[in-house]
Ligand binder design. Structure first.
Ligand SMILES: [Zn+2]
Length: 66
C-alpha cells in the first residue's frame, strides 16, 4: 500500500503565495486556493512586466472642488 502518495507529496518548494510547503499536486503552490490567487494576480495585472512607460507624474494637480 504505497501508492497514491504523489498527490499529497510535500515538495521542498514554498508556496509563493502563503509560504507554506508546496504540494506536488498544486506546485508551486500549496493548494488550489493559492493557485487561483496567483492566477487572479496575473489576470489582474499585478504581475505586469515592467515597461519603459513613464508613470503618471504625481504633479497632476487634482483639485477637488467641494
Ligand atoms: Zn499557499
Amino acid at each position: 500500500m504505497a501508492d497514491g502518495n504523489e498527490k499529497v507529496a510535500v515538495l521542498k518548494l514554498r508556496c509563493p503565495i502563503c509560504r507554506k510547503p508546496a504540494l506536488l499536486a498544486f506546485r508551486p503552490f500549496c493548494s488550489k486556493h493559492c493557485s487561483d490567487i496567483d492566477l487572479g494576480r496575473w489576470l489582474g495585472g499585478e504581475y505586469r512586466v515592467p515597461t519603459n512607460d513613464t508613470p503618471e507624474t504625481p504633479e497632476s494637480s487634482e483639485e477637488e472642488k467641494s
